[in-house]
Design a protein around this ligand. Sequence first.
Ligand code: URP
Ligand code: ZN
Ligand code: ZN
Ligand code: ZN
Length: 484
Amino acid sequence: MTLLIRGGTVVNHDHTRRADVLIEGGTIVAVGAKLDAPAGAEVIDAGGAYVLPGGIDPHTHLDMPFMGTYSADDFESGTTAAVAGGTTMVVDFCLPGPGQSLLAAYQEWRHKGEKAVADYSLHMAITWWDKQVFDEMETVVKTYGINTFKHFLAYKGALMVNDDELFHSFSRCAGLGALPLVHAENGDIVFRLQQHYFDLGVTGPEGHSYSRPPEVEGEATNRAIMIADMAGSPLYVVHTSCRESHEAIARARAAGKRVFGEPLIQHLVLDDREYQSKDWDYAARRVMSPPFRDRSHQASLWAGLQSGSLQVVATDHCAFTTDQKRFGLGDFRKIPNGTGGLEDRLPVLWDAGVNTGRLTPEEFVAVTSTNIARILNIYPRKGAVAVGSDADLVVWDPEATKTVSAKTQKSRIDYNVFEGYRCRGLPAVTISRGRVVYRDGAVSAKPGDGQYVERPAFPAVHVANATWKDLTRPRGVERLEVTP
Ligand code: URP
Ligand code: ZN
Ligand code: ZN
Ligand code: ZN
């Protein structure tokens, strides 16, 4: 299958130029001015449009067992929403149950992924700890091509792990050349605050937000950074939602630590006034962890993306229907945590970021695709419009407009937290490994078209960390013999 994208402006994270893009067999084979269309090639006219690397969303929960239910978007509907929004790859979280083998959980999640219409990869969560987990981590990295391990510092009594387990797991990551990820909220304090507000009679969705203040996220981020440093591993902080957490990451980076931060599109544009709605459903639909914050935090997150102290914009797409949210009527602690965004991340970020001048188109490409491809060690196969890269591309029309609406979305849920948001700048065509998968509002990819993407370990980062740690470690003092 041969495809020529003609007349567009190619935007990579580091340069922009007018160029045609020629694709053969799923791979980009030429990028240059006035390329000839080979016989039989399909030609896509990208005049007036940008040609961007497809979005990569490194944080989704499709078909996730959580809080007594399953998230409503599975790999089919989730990746369908993704390609409709210009995202050509997602990375989902494989979550072993209590005492479950990581290898068995991996097989379960690969089975879920068979329905994906776009490429997907997996992070492995460490939800418990013993020698079996330690041993299986090696197979996960070396055989399954998973170089990231997720740790929840929240969800006490469910997914949460303690500091001792974190230290063991981060040390194991360092030894294997893997990158630990953390959900940074102090789960013990959240648990107490939930009880506190519930006892005071705050039973509605606002109690969710009150019991997870920025301070608990800031503390957990600082703690995870310290533990990673002691263990000699890099660290990636998912859903960085507040100034406290961003400042911890910025401080660590200024001190030379390899620490990364990931704001969500939700936290960049939505805020905690939503939880004050008189409409219970409206407020509950916006319950996620960390919760939406006071608006003042948004400036810090945007500044982090602009200055490079935060690197990636994700969605944490974990969609529950209104009926599922109603499990928590009368007790906010039972509202399934999560919101959607896979179809909306690129259009909303373009509108709120590029149209306002907060981000250049190149910076937009960096935070939606290239940076995470590099962090996950799949660059330049993914994350670049370059010869030899997978032909995962978006023809981006900067003048096209739409108003976000649940009525027209691909996600299975019955609402959208961005409802009514007016976007200027939309994907016109999405291409996945050389095939048109979205055009004119319709997704043509089928379940099973998505491939599993293996991600090798990062030896160079860990050799550097280990070399520096060894050079600078405290050493025992050689003393003169004590004479009696
Ligand atoms: O509320 C959220 N974020 N739900 C998904 C699980 C998680 O913590 O990422
Ligand atoms: Zn299967
Ligand atoms: Zn989380
Ligand atoms: Zn998540």
